[in-house]
Design a protein around this ligand. Structure first.
Ligand code: HEC
Ligand code: HEC
Length: 241
């Protein structure tokens, strides 16, 4: 009996030890930590991209998201919840899988996108659905129109290299569209990306905004939030993946 007990105890300890080891091995690499590589594929993201997405099913699966992102997926004008409509599927998939993997920090949303709240398959379905939506509701633009200064900052700092001249982003490279996004959300994300709080910062973007003052953040956000939905101005946006 005693022997059996000690075998069980030893077995339990080794199970625990292997769990600890597994956790250590899969610890997410976040911006600022050793070994971080922007856009490193997680096995889950590879799986979602391979599966593709069904927008009809995605509409159903999006129900659990409406409490915050609203029924039309346009978020709220104060920018607490971003607009998801028209965002590239590749970007949406990157964000959701990185939030699930603990790379992008979003504790408020995590319980709603974690397994089993949504399955791996549903990630692709939701992304395909959101990509098809256009925004009809007015987005948050900030009180003052500082577009002229914002446009100059955007041009001088070569933001368009990644986010495009019309703020359309790049579906193939998973660079987010920024046009017609809520003003306050844009400011918060730029700050979180610079500070590394968001977890999935692009090091070159951090460099591009490294010298931005509060007034610069406001001007750029004022400009971007006033740009129309990129699909109304660009005919040749690369197809969403
Ligand atoms: C409890 C509120 C809440 C719920 C429910 C919620 N989200 Fe979110 N979501 C947020 C917040 C807050 C942010 C912005 C976080 C930040 O500022 O970085 C966000 C951001 C996102 C982003 C990133 C957008 C971008 O531009 O990078 C995606 C994609 C997203 N949510 C998808 C979903 C999906 C899909 C669901 C449902 C399965 C969902 N969310 C449910 C609160 C929520
Ligand atoms: C080298 C490419 C690159 C450059 C240059 C760049 N960005 Fe970004 N930016 C990104 C990527 C990539 C993300 C999203 C991070 C991720 O998902 O990994 C992002 C995210 C953002 C976001 C948050 C969008 C969202 O939906 O959450 C804003 C706002 C933004 N960038 C503004 C700017 C501005 C303004 C500039 C110029 C001063 C700039 N970026 C320069 C690549 C770039």
């Amino acid at each position: 009996m005693k022997k059996l007990l000690s075998i069980i105890i030893v077995a339990l300890f080794s199970v625990q030890a292997s769990v600890v080891l597994a956790e250590g091995a899969s610890k997410p690499k976040v911006y600022g930590k050793k070994g971080y590589v922007w856009d490193e594929m997680t096995p889950e993201r590879t799986q979602v991209l391979k599966m593709g997405g069904d927008p009809v099913k995605g509409k159903e699966s999006f129900r659990g998201c409406q409490g915050c992102h609203k029924a039309d997926a346009a978020g709220v004008t104060e920018g607490v919840y971003p607009r998801l409509t028209g965002q590239h599927a590749s970007v949406l998939i990157k964000q959701i899988t990185e939030i699930r993997a603990g790379i992008r920090q979003n504790p408020k949303m995590l319980p709603f996108v974690e397994d089993p709240a949504i399955s791996v398959e549903e990630i692709g379905d939701i992304a395909a659905y959101l990509n098809t939506l256009t925004t009809v509701r007015e987005n948050g633009k900030g009180a003052e129109d500082m577009s002229a200064k914002g446009k100059k900052l955007y041009t001088d700092n070569k933001c368009s290299r990644c986010h495009g001249v019309n703020g359309e982003g790049d579906a193939a490279k998973a660079y987010p569209m920024l046009s017609a996004q809520h003003y306050d959300y844009l400011i918060r994300e730029m700050k979180w990306i610079r500070q590394g709080v968001r977890g999935n910062s692009h090091p070159e973007m951090v460099k591009a905004i490294s010298k931005f003052s509060q007034a610069d953040f406001e001007a750029v956000a004022s400009y971007l939030s006033r740009l129309p939905d990129y699909r109304t101005v660009t005919a040749a946006v690369p197809a969403a993946k």
